[in-house]
Ligand binder design. Sequence first.
Ligand SMILES: [Zn+2]
Length: 166
Amino acid sequence: MPVAELRRRVGNVDEVDAEVALAGAEVIGTRLVDGTEARVKLRLEALSDGVVIGGSAEAEWTGECRRCLEPVSGVTNGEIDEVARPYPLDGELGIEDDRIDVTEAVRAAVVLGLPLAPLCREDCAGPDPEGHPVTIADDADDGPAEAEERLPDPRWAALAEVHPDR
Ligand SMILES: [Zn+2]
């Protein structure tokens, strides 16, 4: 955000709508869509020794339903409330070359709004048994010969029904 103009006079206010590119970020089971651009509305106000930044940011996220593991997605949003100074104190943003980099503040705001364990819908019943059949081969790296060995011989199927223990 360029702030040279804004900082010419204390009390100047700038309202900005912007898109901020965020690299992916992830919390448990939920992540920001790769390459997503957060939509940001900011109000910047010049102080004698810095800039107050307030506003909101929103971005798309994607993840898996915690019960059925189907993909879910949504929009996260968060509030931004920062102070930027040329010589920032702990937790403040910097002002360098008359610009403020708000990327980390925007990322923090939207990541805070990510759901930790999303549901595809409130009454999700869990995995659909037909969508997740139980398979015998659980290791795709096995050679074809080994995989074949593990498959039950259809000729034994009838026997297995007679002697379920074998
Ligand atoms: Zn679900």
